[in-house]
Design a protein around this ligand. Structure first.
Ligand SMILES: Cc1ncc(COP(=O)(O)O)c(C=O)c1O
Length: 387
């Protein structure tokens, strides 16, 4: 191998080379040139971390709890997560069958799931449109992401998934409420998908990071629908970052068959080691914090978005998360990238659908911004659509 200080081509792995971040980078580069953009591109809440959660993390730091924690997470946090899973999906964790691990963000849980289950050549079924990291996670594990076309209603139903299952399929990656569409599947759809997967011997990995951002019209029995109510043949992954506005704290958890969680724990030991110690201590009391006002405010913002585009552009009703996936009106005869470039010229940052999809027909709008900013941005976009 020849190597110079200016050419590292031979050093970079095929795995790294295969990952493409050019779509997002382009938006960020264009956005960086703007002075004070109306930023609808950000995937995080705009409210501060509740004081009691901040204080618990500060207390942990000040009382010198800054060392490694147990790989699987601190006992007091594991206890409250276990209790939550028992109440919400009637899972007993940890038990002989089911394991539980606190992870470095939801992404940490997703990545460990991939490392624990995927061999080169394996297949994972993911929705199209998808959260950007899903295909990358499969690639990093040497596997292939097979796209399940969910257009035009963005519902990853059993009917759509079934034809994609092959001998190489390891799991179906489900994300409800969805990024980028905000669509929430019903319990009935979850049950059908869970039954299909049981029948065909594949697992579900359910990314439920937006579970708390399920709006009243999409909730069933007052809760976010989940396949975990119908199957334990799955990895259930949830997080703290979005719900409590602490995305930088890198905290989530994963539960599922003990044999798989044990492997994930081994892989965490050799990679992340543990989730951040002060963040774990910070969220021990989080489930007691009432976030209903914040969620209600986001539901109102969701309504503002739907009203703004009413009769102008089509949006599939987002039952959760804080995104709308808006179709660029056909009469404009332009791609989503083209529309997004025009929006950016007009100081509004969006993400074109091609970043999340094989198609470039929609854009993602994150409405996790102040009402006034949302109103101003929506006015600009309406103007661009009428042009
Ligand atoms: C669907 C989905 N899953 C996972 C993540 C990553 O979450 P975390 O910051 O907890 O790793 C995100 C973040 O945007 C997301 O939208």
């Amino acid at each position: 191998m020849t190597m110079t200080t200016t050419n590292y081509d031979d050093v970079i792995s095929a795995r790294a080379r295969e990952l493409d971040i050019s779509g997002i980078r382009k938006v960020f580069e264009l956005g960086a040139k703007l002075r004070d953009p109306i930023n609808f591109s950000i995937g995080q809440p705009n409210f501060p971390v509740p004081d009691s959660i901040k204080q618990a993390a500060i207390n942990a730091i000040n009382s010198d709890r800054n060392g490694y924690t147990l790989t699987q997470g601190i006992p007091e946090l594991r206890r409250v997560v276990s209790q939550r899973l028992l109440e919400d999906v009637v899972w007993e964790t940890p038990s002989d069958e089911l394991g539980l691990i606190i992870t470095s963000g939801t992404n940490g849980g997703l990545f460990l799931s991939c490392l624990a289950m995927l061999n080169p050549g394996d297949e994972v079924i993911i929705p199209d449109p998808y959260f950007v990291v899903y295909p990358a996670m499969a690639t990093m594990a040497g596997a292939t992401a097979k796209l399940c076309n969910t257009y035009p209603d963005f519902r990853m139903t059993a009917q759509r998934v079934e034809p994609l299952i092959t001998d190489r399929t390891k799991f179906v990656l489900l994300n409800s409420p969805s990024n980028p569409s905000g669509v929430v599947l019903s319990n009935q759809e979850m049950q059908e998908l869970a039954e299909l997967c049981e029948r065909r011997g594949v697992l579900i990995v359910s990314d439920e990071i937006y579970d708390e951002f399920t709006y009243s019209d999409a909730k069933e029995d007052g809760r976010c629908p989940s396949p975990a109510r119908y199957s334990q043949n799955m990895i259930l992954i949830r997080g703290y970052g979005k719900t409590y506005g602490c995305t930088g704290w890198r905290l989530g958890y994963a539960a599922g068959p003990k044999v798989i969680i044990d492997q994930m724990q081994k892989l965490q030991q050799y990679t992340f080691v543990c989730a951040p110690s002060m963040a774990q201590a910070g969220v021990v009391g989080a489930f007691e914090v009432d976030m209903r006002e914040q969620v209600k405010a986001y539901q109102r913002k969701r309504d503002m978005v739907e009203q703004a585009f009413d009769g102008i552009a089509s949006i599939v009703h987002p039952g959760g998360a804080f995104y709308a996936f808006v179709e660029v009106p056909e009469i404009l005869e332009e791609t989503a990238t083209g529309f997004v470039e025009r929006a950016i010229e007009n100081n509004v940052l969006l993400i074109p659908g091609c970043v999340f999809s094989s198609r470039d027909t929609h854009f993602r709008l994150s409405y996790a911004v102040e009402d006034r900013t949302l109103e101003r941005g929506l006015e600009v976009l309406r103007g661009l659509m009428k042009a």
